[in-house]
Design a binder for this molecule. Sequence first.
Ligand SMILES: *Cc1c(COP(=O)(O)O)cnc(C)c1O
Length: 224
Amino acid sequence: MSLKERYERVLADVAKAPSAFGPATLIVVTKNHPAELVAELVDLGCMNVGENRDQEASAKYLATQELRPHNSLNWHFIGQLQTNKVKSVLRYASAIHSIDRSSLVQELAKQLPKLGRTVQGFIELNLTGDPGRGGVMPANLEALTEEVLKVPEIQLQGLMAVAGLGEEPRSEFERVLELQHRFLTIAPEARSLSMGMSEDYQVALELGATHIRVGSKITGPRSY
Ligand SMILES: *Cc1c(COP(=O)(O)O)cnc(C)c1O
């Protein structure tokens, strides 16, 4: 199957899914694939790509600008974000899906006004119970949300989550919906849900995902 066929197969699944908020946004995760693949995606009409490491993403962004100078791609940053990478990430990313702690919010609050710009933000939930992993622990969700809402340059979109390895995706996403309930009492406008990857995006769409982040099912296997 070609890249085009794989991309269109997932797009068709998105189009079929019932959604109260219109069709979900498909973010094609291009990590560990070259800029040439991003250029091919641009040719297929893809508008959204996702990357999880700044070093790789910045280089790929610049290479893509050379390959397809007038593209209107949105770059979504979906990986753990160190504060010392924020400035660099803001050079290309229109959305950050991994806001998970106060120090990151404060760095965004410092850098965005200097750049005179805004960014779309998602608060990432940690569903694993292991504080060492990415994402905010559910107990700290409210406090972090309050803090994000104080930064006018962060346009809070909603929540992001990754279903735990070996966990049943449906019950993981149902937990997200429960937490979203609490979250929406503080941030009623931020109704987006970034959840679902190659193996579980169908379930995520069924449960109301507005953004799915699909890599290998479209790009093919990643070479590390
Ligand atoms: C890699 C990655 C994806 C895509 O994973 P696939 O299983 O290849 O679809 C989605 N979200 C995040 C946060 C990722 O790091």
